[in-house]
Design a protein around this ligand. Sequence first.
Ligand code: AMP
Ligand code: ZN
Length: 114
Amino acid sequence: MREPDCLFCKIIAGTIPSEMLYSDDQVIVIKDINPQAEVHLLVIPREHIVSLKELDASHDTLMAHILRLLPKLAEQQGLSEGFRTIINTGRGGGQVIFHLHVHLLGGRNLPGFG
Ligand code: AMP
Ligand code: ZN
């Protein structure tokens, strides 16, 4: 399930440190190391899925879990005015780490789109 050369798999395994805010049997949530807004979290499935393109029906429960978790995390972060979610897919979509993750951004300094 884990890819030895994958940064997020190493974070999940605990061999690379992270600021973890939440964890359950399906996902971990960490602070982005290079935040693009006051709040910038990454929701990362424990399973090594490369990107949205690799999803299949077996991931439906996981993806629903992630979508329903996002507003709860935003509320915990005090983002009462709202938040932004981003999933970069493939090099052309700006994906740098090829282990599926959802960016959750909000608060001050929320950037516009490119
Ligand atoms: P993406 O471009 O969607 O693949 O996003 C990768 C994100 O991972 C970027 O926002 C990086 O700042 C973030 N990142 C890279 N290394 C780490 C790390 N060790 N801990 C937390 N976030 C990281
Ligand atoms: Zn991985």
